[in-house]
Design a protein around this ligand. Structure first.
Ligand code: G3P
Ligand code: CA
Length: 226
């Protein structure tokens, strides 16, 4: 099973910072970041649409230029990283990157920033099926995944409709039936967010292909010991 460091390693370091990514890379196969655009169109890693929860700023991320965003504290003295900084880190360390497209309409800018990354080191994911379809059109050689949390009518069918390669269900949405149905349709299954030894054991029992975790080092220790 592939280990994906959720927002880098948000259980260990401030989420979506270079520090969290460095820590995540030590233990995970892939590290995940949430991307949005600054006012001047630069892709940056931050989960929420506003700065309030994770930085010492307030208001919408897209209301500030990259120069203004870089003055903020994103936790323990870290700054909000740009996609450019993230790519340098993952390329230098030979890590894999999962990019979550948080805002519809930002796909082309984000994809153009990812052209230089090796396709097998990159996975593009979104809750928005249209963003997944567009990501696949923009970077056809890259794996794409559909994230979902609510009861969807038929997530496997929807994922196939948008040319996804992976489904990323919320952990409480996963069952043996979902995994079997996805595998039959040629899709990988990578739920989120698994944080306990019981979760890791259950993931193995269900036969998922990978999972996102806030503590990729605990997941690695568990997988190595089992
Ligand atoms: O990998 C999927 C997961 O990251 C989606 O949830 O809200 O943490 O971005 P969220
Ligand atoms: Ca995410």
């Amino acid at each position: 099973m592939l280990i994906i460091g959720h927002r880098g390693a948000r259980g260990l370091e401030p989420e979506n910072t270079l520090r969290a990514l460095r820590r995540g890379i030590e233990c995970a196969d892939f590290v995940e970041v949430d991307l949005r655009l600054a006012k001047d169109g630069i892709p940056v890693a931050i989960h929420d649409a506003t700065l309030n929860r994770t930085t010492d700023g307030t208001g919408p991320v897209k209301g500030y230029t990259i120069e203004e965003l870089k003055r903020l504290d994103a936790g323990e003295g870290e700054t909000i990283p740009t996609l450019h900084e993230i790519l340098k880190l993952v390329c230098d360390r030979g890590a894999g990157l999962v990019v979550e497209i948080k805002e519809p309409g930002t796909e082309a800018v984000i994809a153009s920033g990812l052209m230089d990354l090796m396709p097998d080191r990159l996975i593009l994911v979104s809750f928005n099926p249209e963003s997944v379809a567009m990501a696949k059109r923009l970077l056809p050689g890259v794996q794409a995944g559909l994230i979902y949390s609510k009861e969807a009518d038929d997530p496997v069918w929807l994922a196939r409709q948008v040319q996804a390669d992976i489904i990323l269900p919320r952990w409480d949405r996963v069952s043996r039936e979902v995994v079997e149905q996805a595998h039959k349709a040629g899709l990988l299954v990578a739920p989120w967010t698994l944080n306990t030894r019981d979760d890791f054991a259950e993931a193995a029992r269900l036969g998922v292909d990978g999972f996102a975790t806030d503590d990729p080092c605990a997941a690695r220790r568990y997988l190595q010991a089992s």
